[in-house]
Write a protein that binds this ligand. Structure first.
Ligand code: TZP
Ligand code: MG
Length: 422
């Protein structure tokens, strides 16, 4: 079992009380045959000896399926049974201590109950987080305020860790929960109390697989709050209305010229890194055409409004350093994820402003708006999305989460880029 590559899609959490007197090993066996990808043994009342015995049997059984066994709360039991990891809550053993006891090869998962838990979790040596609870549930009543779907969406933008949702995850709710971008769902009652745990797991995994969305779709969902902030930024609103003071626009143009000269170099490096094939050709073509169109538009506007050279502002420097780090490390997937917002968000913003633009061609910033909303940009972004989705599909859930984080951070830097010149 590789700590950095396991599938969180359907995460079963056991519960003896809710199993209607049936053997837990039987339930788990059925559930795994039905498609569960992770099992957490959660025993709140049984004695340590029985817990260890059960964990050992379960570990043996699950190893035939290559499904990891996670032990709830008890680091000692996890070690005794050579389980694949532990799951800790906010009041369980601190993660750093658990890590020092378990070593570097075991999985550690952590329940997070709010956004500040997530912030804290981001700097811990853990492998996934569980949003707890997504919905209120009779299975566990001593929980914090539920995240609900909106909270899940927000949470997805706040972390580079893989994320499962727990609490009220079942065949009725899984669809909507997955569309919030979760990497998987953790389920108790809908499996363990089911007449057929196997059929229940089969239905659940189908819902998860059908709705786990493309990487790009999930990443796009995660930036939704930032994108809304960008669209409402006075710089862009005034640009759409044609009332943006010229000196603010030229300040932007100065920064964008600096940024673009760096971006175009990186863009071509990206194209070079791609494996030979149709996608590489399409991407290289877009790199060439896109950059040419942007440069032309910039020169046109610079001629019209003047644009003397200016030093780079901090937001420009930070953004350039952020993408450079990935490009220099030649990590193709992370580089793509970090470079994508610049084209995708601009294209989105271009189309949005075009739809609300006043005075059309009379708008002093019309060239800018039409450049980013052009069909060529649209097409290029679409092809890049396909390419990134193909790349992400080959990556582990952990790497996909890191890509999502790069994408979100780059989008935040986009916001700051506009904000710094306003
Ligand atoms: N942690 C947060 S909610 C919960 C746990 C263990 C129980 C989830 O149970 P169910 O039956 O899937 O809602
Ligand atoms: Mg606990």
């Amino acid at each position: 079992m590789n700590r950095f590559d396991f599938d969180l899609s359907l995460y079963l959490v056991t519960d003896r009380q809710l199993s209607a007197g049936r053997d837990i090993l039987w339930i788990v066996n059925e559930a795994v045959n039905g498609g569960c990808t992770v099992v957490q043994l959660r025993e709140k009342h049984c004695c340590t000896r029985e817990f260890v015995e059960l964990a050992k049997k379960m570990k043996t059984m699950l190893s035939h399926f290559n499904v990891p066994l996670i032990i709830n709360d008890r680091v000692d039991v996890a070690l005794a049974a050579d389980a694949d990891g532990v799951h800790l809550g906010q009041s369980d053993m601190p993660v750093d201590i658990a890590r020092s006891i378990l070593g570097d090869d075991k999985i550690i998962g952590l329940s997070v109950e709010n956004l500040s838990d997530i912030q804290a979790a981001n700097s811990l040596d853990i492998d996934y987080i569980a949003l707890s609870p997504v919905f209120g549930t009779p299975t566990k009543t001593d929980t914090n305020t539920p995240f609900l779907l909106d909270g899940v969406r927000k949470a997805m933008a706040q972390t580079s860790l893989p994320v499962v949702g727990i609490g009220g995850m079942n065949r009725a709710t899984a669809h909507d929960a997955m569309l919030c971008g979760l990497d998987g769902i953790a389920v108790v009652s809908d499996i363990v109390s089911s007449l057929s745990p196997r059929e229940s797991a089969e239905s659940l995994i189908r819902i998860v697989r059908d709705n786990n969305g493309s990487w790009c779709q999930n990443a796009w969902n995660a930036i939704n709050p930032i994108l809304n902030r960008i669209k409402k930024h006075p710089f862009l609103m005034e640009m759409a209305a044609g009332t943006l003071p010229l000196h603010k626009f030229t300040r932007y143009l100065q920064q964008d010229r600096i940024y673009l000269s760096n971006y175009s170099v990186e863009f071509f490096k990206l194209a070079e890194m791609l494996p030979e094939g149709e996608m590489k050709d399409l991407f290289a073509q877009f790199a060439h055409d896109g950059m040419e169109a942007e440069e032309m538009m910039q020169n046109q506007l610079a001629q019209k409004y003047g644009c003397p050279d200016a030093p780079a502002l901090q937001g420009t420097i930070d953004y350039m350093n952020f993408t450079r780090k990935f490009i220099d490390s030649e990590d193709l997937s992370l580089s793509m994820a970090a470079m994508l917002p610049c084209m995708w968000v601009y294209n989105e913003v271009g189309k949005y402003i075009m739809s609300i633009e006043e005075n059309g061609r009379e708008n002093p910033y019309h060239e800018w708006i039409s450049c980013y909303s052009s069909e060529m940009m649209d097409e290029g972004v679409k092809n890049t999305i396909t390419l990134v989705n193909e790349m992400a599909a080959k990556e582990s859930p952990q790497r996909r989460a890191a890509m999502r984080n790069a994408f979100v951070t780059a989008t935040e830097l986009e916001w700051r880029f506009w904000d710094q010149v306003y």
